[in-house]
Structure formats: C-alpha cells, structure tokens
Design a protein around this ligand. Structure first.
Ligand SMILES: Nc1nc2c(c(=O)[nH]1)N[C@H]1C(S)=C(S)[C@@H](COP(=O)(O)O)O[C@H]1N2
Ligand SMILES: [Mo]
Length: 259
C-alpha cells in the first residue's frame, strides 16, 4: 500500500516546496518556467490523477458497509442456494451439533490450523447488522456474529506471497463443491467475518451452519456457506476453472462483486 501512497505524498510535498520557494524568492522563477513546460505539467497532473484514482480505490475498498439497528432486521432471513448439504457426512455433523466440525487453514501460511467451533468462539467476536444483496434481486438485513477473518489469518501467519483467500464449502451443487475467493483487501476488511450466529441464535442450516462467510462489501454469492477450509494462494489459476468461484466458473457472475 505504502508504495502507492508515498509517491503522492512526495508529489504534494514537492508541489508545496515549489510554491513556497517561488513565493519567498521570486528570483527562483526558473522553477515556474520548468513547471510551466506543457510536457512537465502533463506528467505531473497525470501522476496526480493516477495517485488520486488509486487512493480513491484503496479508500473505497476499505470503507465499511452500512450497519443497521435491530429495528431494521428482516423478520425472516431468506435462505438461497443450498439449504441443506446432501450426504451422510454433513448429516452426522449436524446431528452432533457440529462438535467435530473443523475449518482447516492451509496454503501460504506459516502455521496451518485446524479450528473447531469452540476455538473460533474463543477468539474475539464481532457482531454486525448488515444488508445482504443477492444478484437475483432480493435483499435481507441480518445480524451476524463471528470472528474476523483477519484474526484467523494472523493466527495462521499468512505469507507475503499470498494474494487470495479461497473458501471451501461442504455442499455439492451438481458437479462440484461450492467454493469462493477474495483478495487480501476484502480478506482483511474489518467486516469480513466467519459467522456462526444469525440474529443472536446459532446459524440455521439453511443459512450455512455451522460457519459461513460474511463479506459485506460484496454480493450474496461471495458469502460462502458451510465453510470447512480456507486456503491462502498466490493465484486463482488452480482453483476450479480459474475464475475464483463456483458461479464465476459456470455463469457470467463477476469475481469482484463489490457493492
Ligand atoms: N456453500 C454455499 N454458499 C453459498 C451459496 C450456496 O449455494 N452454497 N449460495 C450463495 C448465494 S447466491 C447467496 S445469495 C447466499 C445466500 O445466503 P443465505 O442462504 O443465508 O440467504 O449464499 C451464498 N453462498
Ligand atoms: Mo445470491
């Protein structure tokens, strides 16, 4: 990040220096002459523009999604996509209250982890009331509680080369298990959490029990449900067909579904 922000600071400092010098010492009008050369001006303003644009992008990506109050909660948080993963394995987990469920954290990490729900609940928790927007044209406001993904990534010690985080899910749709991914900006965003509770109660199976992603700056399909593995990777090339998500690989859904 700093390699993008610093040049702009430097540019402002230099511009300030030029103005101050020109004001204090009119004899240094030579600076203005150089500065006035159309090519120089163009390059300077291009630099400004580019830095402004990249700063704007960074600031926007880190901005918080709107949070609501309990009075705004939807009476019913509509489930979508898989509502009950098929198979004996998931059924056994559900029958035991997901006591044996694990989330494996692997890939480009210094310390691979295998976290139980108890481990996750023992970490610092965050609760947020946000609006979920599905591309299919419906929205719902829910209160989510869980652990910030950033804390899990810190515990695992994500290596420098990691550029994406991949989420693996327990539900199969047709030919493949559901999967999703995001970049490190969204992975580290304070409102990106692995949630185990909805509206103050344990997450219903239909909404992704025992753990689902909330990635509040993006559309509904990015919010992976039934998460059982997290991988830090350098590239999405080896993930599914390479577009970074179950639907991205099959229909025209964008990988970056920012809202
Ligand atoms: N594992 C998994 N995650 C998923 C899906 C799914 O089918 N399987 N559907 C996605 C879509 S399109 C939406 S809108 C949301 C729905 O979350 P909800 O069931 O809590 O409403 O989950 C997303 N995450
Ligand atoms: Mo969706």
């Amino acid at each position: 990040m700093s390699d993008i922000i610093l040049p702009r600071r430097e540019l402002i400092a230099r511009a300030g220096g030029l103005v101050a010098a020109a004001g204090a010492l009119p004899l240094l009008a030579g600076c203005d002459v150089i500065n006035d050369a159309p090519a120089v001006r163009k390059i300077l303003s291009m630099g400004e523009e580019m830095n402004r644009a990249s700063q704007r992008a960074l600031i926007d990506r880190n901005a918080l999604a709107r949070e609501f109050s309990r009075a705004d909660l939807s009476p019913y948080f509509r489930p979508n996509g898989t509502r009950l993963p098929a198979g004996a394995d998931y059924a056994a987990h559900a029958a035991s209250g997901f006591a044996e469920w694990r989330v494996k954290v692997s890939g480009l990490v210094a310390r691979p982890l295998s976290l139980s729900l108890a481990d996750i609940r023992a970490m610092e928790q965050r609760t947020q009331i946000t609006r979920h927007d599905c591309v299919e044209g419906w929205s719902a406001i829910g209160q989510w509680t869980g652990v910030q993904l950033d804390r899990i990534l810190e515990a695992a010690g994500v290596r420098d080369g990691a550029r994406y985080i991949v989420f693996r899910c327990a539900d199969r749709i047709g030919d493949a298990l559901y999967y999703e991914s995001c970049d490190m900006i969204d992975a580290r965003h304070p409102q990106t959490i692995l949630a185990w509770a909805l509206n103050g109660a344990v997450l219903p199976i239909a909404n992704g029990a025992p753990l689902r992603l909330r990635i509040e700056r993006q559309l509904g399909y990015k919010h992976a449900k039934y998460v059982n593995a997290i991988e830090a990777v350098a590239s999405l090339d080896g993930i599914g067909a390479g577009k970074g998500g179950y639907w991205e690989d099959r229909v025209d859904y964008e990988w970056y579904a920012g809202i």
